[in-house]
Design a protein around this ligand. Structure first.
Ligand code: NMX
Ligand code: MLT
Length: 441
């Protein structure tokens, strides 16, 4: 089979890029780019510069840029699905992998490629069906990936003992493309098995990836555009977040893309990370329940926020480890909602929380960032279009996040990045260095 334009372009890019990394490593490996203090060793390695990716970069004030482009620039530059507001996710993946905005023809090649790879083996569905129906959808999603690992082209080639290090990106790319093609099918299957009476809607060969997801979920337009927007917005957030870092870490052991992504999804399922979108909606519902489903006043809302904080809990959807302003992914969803669901009471409540919560969090005085992140908004759009089952929301995040982390681990193999292995120290050592005013290097 002839190589696709995407694969050929990626190959050229990787080969052109590799010498830059080799030169940096060989000639400038000793150049210091950061230092680490005790607070960072205990406090989750916050801000330590020790990961490399060119796929996205997170500025604390500005937010995410994909391949150097802000969110509005990215959406404006990519080829749009005819008759729709949002771009093809397939074209976005081309952009993430290569840094080039694809033409419509190049985009349609990826559309066709993913369609050709989309068949999910029956045993994956059988594994899902064997799980208790009340298992969390993220446990199901991650299990489906793990079950499908026997399909890995990387693992098969590695086991021949014939694969050169510099060729490893190729089967990593193939696995990534296979996985991406199948994720919407698996996610929609989990949704309909759990919440729609075990009834399924087959894919429509005429539709693109985002459109087909909406179709298989059984939700009418413009949910197709919601899906496209949502998957692009959630794709990548540089490499230090838990899901991206875990996927990268596991792949650094030359684990294949199935093993690595499944691990990354398990990290995404934590309430301080991707599960926050579920938590936000749960919090909103609880608040409304206390008021017999009336929208609270600002004063009542303020009280609910304080009650949550005084109970020792976090306000879900607010705060961030890197960002210090409103997340532009929140803003993008807010713009969409202003246009498509301006009168939705939950949307109005999200805006009211946005007016009140930053002041309360600032007065509370703990968080370094009182502003909303991506998760503060996403659930409300889902509810509007009928996806009311909030425990499914992190699966949606996971489908999107796969785009970024799979692009990253393909490049990891292209640039032959090393197995990750930071050094740990003991508490006694920290106490000694604390007394001495620093570790003598
Ligand atoms: N509500 C209450 N307290 C908070 C919040 C919040 N939203 N955000 C941070 N804090 C607290 C935090 O728990 C910590 O308290 P303590 O000193 O008692 O341990 C203190 O403020 C300092 O934390 P930061 O340095 O501001 O934040 P950190 O980098 O440690 O954590 C998050 C970042 C995102 C985990 C944190 O802001 C949080 O728990 N937010 C709520 C959950 C959430 O929305 N997560 C989703 C993030 C985006 N995503 O999709 O992954
Ligand atoms: C993400 O999208 O991964 C979250 O905003 C968390 C992060 O970047 O730390």
């Amino acid at each position: 089979m002839a190589e696709s334009t995407l694969k050929q372009t990626l190959k050229q890019k990787i080969e052109a890029f590799r010498p830059r990394i080799q030169k940096l490593n060989k000639e400038f490996g000793d150049v210091v780019i950061d230092k680490v203090n005790i607070g960072q060793a205990i406090g989750g390695a916050r801000d330590v510069r020790c990961l490399v990716t060119d796929i996205s970069y997170l500025d604390p004030q500005e937010g995410i840029r994909f391949r150097g482009k802000t969110i509005p620039e990215t959406f404006a530059a990519l080829p749009k699905v005819p008759g729709k507001e949002q771009p093809f996710v397939e074209g976005f993946f081309y952009f993430l992998l290569t840094g080039e905005i694809p033409t419509i023809d190049q985009t349609m090649e990826v559309v066709a490629d993913w369609k050709a790879r989309a068949a999910v083996p029956q045993y994956v569905f059988d594994v899902l069906r064997a799980m208790p129906r009340d298992s969390h959808p993220m446990a199901m999603f991650s299990t489906a990936l793990l079950a499908m690992q026997r399909e890995s082209k990387f693992a098969k080639r590695y086991s021949t003992g014939q694969m050169k290090k510099t060729d490893m990106w190729d089967p990593m790319y193939e696995d990534s493309m296979d996985i991406l093609a199948r994720l919407p099918v698996i996610a929609a299957y989990i949704y309909r098995m759990k919440y729609k009476g075990d009834t399924f809607i087959p894919a429509d060969p005429k539709l693109d990836w985002g459109g087909n997801f909406a179709h298989m979920m059984g939700i009418a337009d413009p949910y197709d555009d919601v899906a496209r927007m949502y998957f692009i917005l959630h794709s990548d957030h540089e490499s230090g977040n838990v899901s991206a870092h875990t996927t990268h870490l596991v792949a650094s052991a030359l684990s294949d893309a199935y093993l690595s992504l499944s691990a990354g999804l398990n990290g995404l399922a934590g309430p301080l990370h991707g599960l926050a979108n579920q938590e936000v909606l749960g919090w909103i519902k609880q608040t409304m329940k206390k008021l017999n489903n009336q929208v609270p006043t600002k004063e009542q809302l303020k009280q609910f926020l304080w009650d949550t904080l005084n109970a020792g809990q976090v306000i879900p959807g607010y705060g961030h480890a890197v960002l210090r302003k409103t997340d532009p992914r929140f803003t993008a969803q807010n713009e969409f909602s202003k246009k498509h669901l301006p009168n939705d009471p939950l949307f109005q409540l999200v805006n009211m929380i946005y007016e009140v919560a930053p002041g309360v969090l600032t007065e509370h005085g703990k968080t370094k960032n009182p502003w909303p992140n991506v998760d503060a908004h996403s659930g409300v759009i889902q509810v509007h279009y009928g996806v009311t089952e909030e425990d499914f929301y992190t699966v949606l995040f996971g489908v999107g996040r796969a785009l970024g982390v799979l692009a990253n681990i393909t490049w990891d193999r292209g640039l032959t990045f090393a197995i990750e292995r930071p050094k740990s120290v003991t508490t006694e050592m920290l106490e000694k260095w604390a007394k001495e005013g620093g570790r003598k290097v």
